[in-house]
Design a protein around this ligand. Structure first.
Ligand SMILES: [Zn+2]
Ligand SMILES: [Zn+2]
Length: 343
């Protein structure tokens, strides 16, 4: 089968590999019907994910059809349409029992797919702990609408959840890339008084405005003025999805005192936390990565038309043209937000 593979720092390549089979009784094999390219894949390519293992198939956001199940798998059956969670987790360890599945202590726990073990930019993928890592897609929900459930949408949903957002809050989302848009789409579900989206790219601001019309979509230059007019001197919740030095600084500056600041972004360098400057603001920082254990709830919300991230798919390529798809994604040209790969 075709599998897009991490060769070494700076190089991914389409390779011919053996179709995967079940290795443990809790595994399933999924025939991938749609996969996506994620910014985290570029982090791997740039060598910024030390845990990533050269030789593995990349891809950690995909949907497909169950092809094979191990004898201990009970929640999914052969033929089920499923979305694959970015995280594989045992469901039984100290962390899993508390919902902190990103820190599952099993060797295959956490973000393993497309990082430490073969992922889903391929025709087939083996998923360990299939009972927790696969979620059935409700009838009537297309692959395109379900595609982001396991990773970026899970991240947006989790960010809003741990931000402890309440009805009537002002929620600031920094960065209108794919994760920021997912976070803003989930922020909507909380009935906030205001959603503010701060984004430096004019093209992305325009997209965000179309996608979430009720949001106030502004450039970083407009933020100081806007924040001055908020009732409590800053946003009640901040969701930092920008991933840059500037966006990190904006996250704590534009939070009101005693706010929760959720750092959903994945940085490629250390960030400076200027504690003397923020002394007295009494902020709570919560940092990523996602605990992706709400996929069933997210798919329910999708099936009820409360969330639809499919407009983020700006381009679709056959898997055989993954090189071209990555070139476009890395260039940021042609209004690209998310690319779907079809095996
Ligand atoms: Zn990702
Ligand atoms: Zn676990």
């Amino acid at each position: 089968m075709l599998a897009y593979t991490y060769i070494k720092k700076g190089e991914f390549r389409l390779e011919e590999k053996q179709k995967p089979h079940i290795l443990s009784s809790r595994d399933a094999v999924v025939r991938v019907t749609l996969a996506s390219i994620c910014t985290s894949d570029l982090h791997i390519k740039r060598g910024a994910v030390p845990r990533a293992v050269p030789g593995i198939t990349v891809g950690h956001e995909m949907v497909g059809v169950v092809e094979e199940v191990g004898s201990a798998v009970h929640n999914v059956s052969i033929g089920d349409r499923v979305c694959v969670n970015v995280e594989t987790f045992c469901g039984e360890c100290w962390f899993c029992r508390r919902g902190y599945v990103n820190n599952c202590t099993d060797k295959d726990g956490g973000w393993a797919l497309g990082c430490r073990i073969d992922g889903g930019q391929a025709e087939y993928v083996r998923v360990p702990f299939a009972d927790t890592g696969l979620t059935k897609i409700p009838d009537g929900v297309s692959d395109e609408r379900a595609l982001f459930t396991g990773d970026i949408l899970a991240t947006g949903y989790w960010a809003v959840k741990i931000a402890e957002a309440e009805q009537g809050d002002s929620i600031l989302v920094i960065g209108a890339g794919p994760v920021g848009l997912c976070a803003a789409a989930c922020a909507r579900l909380k009935n906030p008084s205001k959603i503010i989206i701060c984004e430096k790219s004019a093209a992305r601001r325009a997209f965000a405005k179309r996608y979430i019309p009720e949001a106030e979509v502004v450039s970083p230059e407009d933020m100081p003025e806007l924040i001055k007019n908020l009732p409590r001197g800053g946003a009640d919740c901040v969701l930092e999805c920008g991933g840059t030095v500037q966006s990190f600084q904006a996250a704590w500056k534009y939070a009101r005192p005693n706010a929760v600041v959720v750092i959903a972004a994945l940085y490629e360098e250390a960030m400076l936390l200027p504690l003397p400057d923020m002394y007295g603001k009494n902020l709570t920082f919560k940092t990523g990565g996602v605990d992706g254990c709400d996929c069933a709830e997210i798919l329910r919300l999708i099936s009820e038309d409360k969330i639809d991230l499919s407009p983020l798919i700006t381009h679709t390529f056959p898997l055989s043209e993954a090189d071209a798809a990555y070139s476009l994604f890395e260039s940021g040209k042609d209004g690209v937000l998310k690319i779907a790969l079809r095996p």
